[in-house]
Every structure is written in structure tokens, then in C-alpha cells.
Design a binder for this molecule. Sequence first.
Ligand SMILES: [Zn+2]
Length: 81
Amino acid sequence: MDCDQMLNLINHYMDGGLSQWRHRAVARHMNDCPPCADHHNAHIQFRQQVASKCFEEAPAGLRLRISESLGVHPSDGSPLR
Ligand SMILES: [Zn+2]
């Protein structure tokens, strides 16, 4: 796993769409590579910002769909995991 591969997989990683060994490879890479760990954190923050912005504007049914797709709590946008 190098940084390019890691960045290609980061969205799948956060969506839980990776096979187990790939998921572990990404996690291990982030342990050894602070820039990629920062990148991952930035992705998480970005998702939370998008989620909280959507929650201010979206109707309840849409909020639920967004929260499900982002993996965040429907009431306040906090992460489920
Ligand atoms: Zn890296």
C-alpha cells in the first residue's frame, strides 16, 4: 500500500466498502503515514460539515437519507461510528 493507493481507497474505506484485508491495509498505512492520516481526518471533517449544513436546510425525510448515506446520526449529524 502506498499513498496513491491509499488516497484512491479512502472513500471506500470510510463507506465500509473495502474487503477486510484492504481495510486493514489502509488502517495500517495511516498508522505509518501521518500525511495520509491527516487526509483521512480532513475527509471526516468535510463529511461532518456537509452533513450539518444539509441538516439545517433539508426536510426530515431527506435528512434521514443523507444521514444513512453518510453514516451519521439523523438528529444532530454526529458520526455513528
Ligand atoms: Zn501515505
